[in-house]
Design a protein around this ligand. Structure first.
Ligand SMILES: O=P(O)(O)OC[C@H]1O[C@@H](O)[C@H](O)[C@@H]1O
Length: 152
C-alpha cells in the first residue's frame, strides 16, 4: 500500500520508527512531515496528509502527535476519512475489522515504541470484516459525513 505519514514535533521520534516499520513491511511511504522536533502546528502537516487520503493519492494514513486525538480531530473533519486513535493492538484490530478505518492516530507521548509499532503492525495487516452489521454501521457513519459535506 501507499501510506501517508504525518506528525508534529511531539510525534516526530515515533513517526521515524513507524516509517521504518512500514517500509520494512513493503509499503511505500509518503512523509508529509514535520521532519524535526522544532515546535510546529499540527494542522499544517495533518491536513495535507489527510487530503492525500481523501483524494486517493494514498490508501491510508498514519498520523502521530503527542497524544493522538489532535490528529484525529483534523482527519475526521474531512469527507472520506475515518480516523481512530489507537494506543494498543486490540483497539487497532477493531478499528480495522469493525470500523474499516483508513487513518490511524497515535500519541508519541502516551505509549512506548514497542506497543506503538505492534499497534501499527496490527492495524496495517487487519482486514475489514465484511459482516452485514459492521458494513451497516460504517455506512451510517459515512452517511452522516455525506449529510454535512461541503467540499472535498
Ligand atoms: O509540545 P506542545 O506544543 O506543548 O504540545 C503539543 C502536543 O500536545 C497536544 O496538544 C498534542 O498532542 C500535540 O502534539
Amino acid at each position: 500500500m501507499k501510506i501517508a505519514l504525518a506528525n508534529d514535533h511531539a510525534g516526530f521520534a515515533l513517526k521515524e520508527e513507524i516509517k521504518q516499520l512500514v517500509e520494512e513491511e513493503g509499503h511505500e511511504v509518503v512523509d508529509f512531515g514535520t521532519h524535526d522536533e522544532e515546535s510546529c502546528d499540527l494542522p499544517d502537516f495533518i491536513y495535507p496528509a489527510s487530503l492525500a487520503v481523501a483524494k486517493g493519492e494514498v490508501e491510508r494514513g498514519i498520523f502521530v502527535d503527542g497524544v493522538g486525538y489532535g490528529s484525529a480531530m483534523i482527519a475526521n473533519k474531512i469527507y472520506g476519512l475515518n480516523a481512530a486513535v489507537c494506543q494498543d493492538p486490540f483497539c487497532a484490530e477493531l478499528a480495522r475489522s469493525h470500523s474499516n478505518t483508513n487513518v490511524l492516530c497515535i500519541g508519541g507521548k502516551i505509549i512506548g515504541s514497542a506497543i506503538a509499532l505492534k499497534t501499527v503492525d496490527v492495524w496495517l495487516n487487519t482486514a475489514f470484516h465484511e459482516e452485514e452489521k459492521y458494513k451497516r454501521r460504517v455506512e451510517k457513519v459515512n452517511r452522516i459525513a455525506e449529510k454535512h459535506l461541503k467540499e472535498i
